[in-house]
Design a protein around this ligand. Structure first.
Ligand SMILES: *[C@@H]1O[C@H](CO)[C@@H](O)[C@H](O)[C@H]1NC(C)=O
Ligand SMILES: *[C@@H]1O[C@H](CO)[C@@H](O)[C@H](O)[C@H]1NC(C)=O
Length: 176
């Protein structure tokens, strides 16, 4: 009796999740976008601060356990004066003992007319000193409900004097 009941329950669950998948398949849409992060890791208008550690203004990106908070402007073109469409708000933690990887938890919070109030959630390990880093897009809200996909980050330029990095971000997501 117990075994029969168990079989029935698992069959019911299987049937339900199959129907569910069919529904999602019909409505999933793919979206690709290329946007630009403007990252200031120092100076009077810094968009990254270190939560842990040194207070002399120098950020210790390679120190295992160092935690940073960020709020970078995101634009549609690469110029700083280009239309701002979102903010990159979140935290990241140097997560490799040798300082090579950082664990990134960032929300892309859209502020443009098209997606205002919607978010994409980025999470993953970023090989922070590689030219191109890839992380997962694990979810979203608003326009991007049930989003999943990936994002690449490529540093196009870095100016040491102004602590300014221009980062190209390509996002590919399937969403509901
Ligand atoms: C910092 O921001 C203020 C206000 O927007 C601006 O006037 C100033 O020029 C900025 N400073 C630098 C170094 O970018
Ligand atoms: C990101 O997209 C741009 C524009 O399509 C392309 O030129 C660039 O090579 C892409 N970067 C990566 C890392 O795929």
């Amino acid at each position: 009796m117990a075994i029969k009941l168990y079989l029935f329950l698992s069959l019911a669950i299987f049937t339900f999740s199959n129907a569910d998948l069919g529904l999602l398949k019909l409505k999933l849409r793919e979206i690709q976008m290329t946007v630009y992060f403007h990252d200031y890791s120092g100076g009077p208008n810094a968009t990254v601060v270190e939560i842990t550690g040194l207070t002399n203004g120098l950020l210790s990106f390679t120190k295992f356990g160092a935690i940073f908070c960020t709020d970078d402007p995101i634009t549609e073109g690469f110029e700083e004066s280009s239309t701002q469409i979102a903010r990159a708000q979140g935290i990241y933690v140097t997560s490799a003992l040798d300082g090579s990887n950082t664990h990134v938890l960032i929300s892309i919070v859209f502020i443009n007319n098209e997606y205002k109030g919607s978010t994409l959630e980025i999470q993953g390990t970023s090989a922070q000193f590689e030219q191109v880093r890839e992380v997962a897009v694990v979810g979203g809200t608003g326009n991007f409900r049930l989003a999943r996909g990936y994002a690449t980050f490529e540093t196009l330029s870095y100016d040491r004097a102004s602590h300014y990095a221009l980062i190209q971000c390509n996002i590919t997501v399937l969403h509901y």
